[in-house]
Design a protein around this ligand. Structure first.
Ligand code: FES
Ligand code: FES
Length: 155
């Protein structure tokens, strides 16, 4: 066992875990943060995306031990003071989901994409989402939502 201490959604937590524990297992199984999903377990679908020190990362292929001392944000940490993050609000407004399975990872990827790339075009958004798969929506409303959020984020 190894003790892994991470700041998750602003709270410092420590858990004793097996060294092979993945970050997504640490979040879901040890902290009960089940908003981060596991779709493929092989770094393809993006359902497991979280932010590590502000950068989007696939938590199914990151060891919890690699995050020792880091700051991790999950979908549960995006809303502030009971108010949805502008990206969450845009997904709601533009009906950018159907089953919702891909949505947490899609939103976490989209937030990072917009924060790092002001003035995104539709092509940029589609290219930026290539690591996130959605089998329901056809992506059109997701792209619309991200374009809308790119105008409201940071206001
Ligand atoms: S579960 Fe991590 S990329 Fe699919
Ligand atoms: S909304 Fe169902 S997988 Fe994206």
């Amino acid at each position: 066992m190894a003790t892994v201490s991470i700041t998750v959604n602003g709270n410092k937590v420590s858990r004793d875990v097996e060294p092979r524990t993945l970050l997504v297992q640490y979040l879901r199984e040890h902290l009960g943060l089940t908003g981060t999903h596991v779709g493929c377990d092989t770094s393809q679908c993006g359902a497991c995306v979280v932010h590590i020190d502000g950068a989007s990362v696939k938590s199914c292929t990151t060891l919890a031990m690699q995050c020792e001392g880091a700051s991790v944000t999950t979908i549960e940490g995006l809303a502030k003071d009971g108010k949805l993050h502008p990206m969450q609000e845009a997904f709601r407004e533009h009906h950018a989901l159907q089953c919702g399975f891909c949505t947490p990872g899609m939103i976490m990827s989209a937030v990072d994409l917009v924060e790092k790339n002001p003035g995104l075009t539709e092509d940029d958004i589609r290219h930026g989402l290539e690591g996130n798969l959605c089998r329901c929506t056809g992506y059109h409303n997701i792209v619309k939502a991200i374009a809308a959020a790119s105008k409201t984020m940071g206001r």
